[in-house]
Design a protein around this ligand. Sequence first.
Ligand code: NA7
Length: 536
Amino acid sequence: SQMKKNLDYDVLVIGAGLSGMYTLHRMHKLGLRTKVLEAGGDVGGTWYWNRYPGARFDSESYSYNFSFSQEILDEWNWSEHFASQPETLRYCEFVCKKLDLRRDMQFNTRVKSAHFQDSTNTWLLTDEQGRQYTSRFLVTCIGILNKHTMPNIPGVHDFQGEAYHTARWPLEPVSFENKRVALVGTGATGIQATQEIAKTVGQLTVFQRTPNWSLPLRNAPISPEEMDEIRTRYPEIFRKCAETYSCFMHVSDTRDTLQVDPEEREAFWENLYEQRGFAKWLGNFGNINTNKEANDLFSAFVANKIRQRVKDPWTAETLIPKCHGFGTKRVPLESGYFEAFNQPNVRLVDVKSNPIECISEKGIRTRDEEFEFDMIIYATGFDAVTGSFTAIDFQGVEGVKLKDRWAEGPRTFLGLFVEGFPNMTMVMGPHQMFGNIPRSVEYAVDWVSRFIEYCRSHGIKYAAATHQGVMDWTDHVHNCAVGLLANEVDSWMTGVNKNLAHKQKRIIARYQGPAPGYRKRAEDVATRNYEDLILA
Ligand code: NA7
């Protein structure tokens, strides 16, 4: 079964998050010599790194786990509808143990470069310690939110107190008691961290540049009886996820927001507001995502909820987004975020009207005020999607750099292949459906595994996307994006990161058509024996 005796491996995998774990399991089933190289000290990827206080699922735990193993579904119990990071990390460890994955994982190994070798049609990877690894196939499992970014504020390294980025949170517990803590950033991460830290902090000052439309998560514990009941519904849950637009359990309402009687609409929204998780976003009228007027109506509904919950009128108004509509960025879900600002020891600073000038040894200086802190927390996000790729020196045929190939934005075939990068497939590459990530991960890994199996059984040593295939798919991805309000807004989803000079322009980073449509196209390619690719 070995593809080539003098190669170290048949398959190299970068990353030991959910994608890398499942890829390794599938490669084991194929009997291929596989190695997973992981920068972190253990498994879990996102759930390994993002151990900041309050980190948890915003999607129902039982729709956000693996579906491929009945044994794991039978044995694993979730304790909450929306699992916390420690529980999800335990889940990852449980899966690794169950599937005996660790034996082929190497931790504390950051891949520095991945170069395609033209003469042998193989991959050569080099890690930061200079160790090298060769393989026929390379599967990237490096995630879409992996390369964190610090703010481009002068003096950011001068601060003498404790300082943490949420995506590089220390393994040891961090105490906030009696401390003056600053938190910069109010995305999904900043919101989760704020509401948790507010519970024990001495004083918390939240620096907000752009507010977000956030709605109640409505988490609740899951009793053993309820877990048993949920377990019986797994087939139904995964069937639903397979049918919906972005693989979530929630189904959007096809009625036109503007055509629904205002009273009925209000009642519908009041009802949605009480529901768990993303129901309020994904179970809403579909055209709030495409019709500005419809979007404005629901945004106004949410704005009123914020006004009802935040006592101080200036703080309430400042927490209400003005420049983007509801759901045009990833909607953060919260549990007492707005009420945290009613605490006397929690304060909001609006850095739009009062910009941060610098970070000093002692704290943060804004135009109008000088703050002293014991701790600064950066919840300032990621060089998303392509950042995971540009962090590694990927070189394809004739030394072409992936960074250059994607200088004007990513171009892919099915989000799985890059032109000029043979024998390399991406799990959660740009231009794949993100949505419910574990569902997309499972589909991509299934596809890649069948493809590698095909190559092995047909003696294929070289598999590459065609120029035309990449052009056509990229066009298709761009066409799918037309008309969605989300593409008119700066966010990590449109590839913008204001801390990075080269990321100020919007791109189409992800597939935004319906997931079943994505899968149909990918299935067609497999069914036609991959004839859309160059195989040799
Ligand atoms: P996000 O959603 O990219 O949020 C980053 C936040 O940090 C956002 O509020 C930014 O404001 C703020 N930020 C970034 N740089 C600065 C500077 N220099 N000054 C002030 N404020 C700044 O990242 P998250 O980690 O919250 O979430 C990422 C995804 O992970 C999330 O969508 C979930 O899918 C899970 P801005 O909006 O740019 O004005």
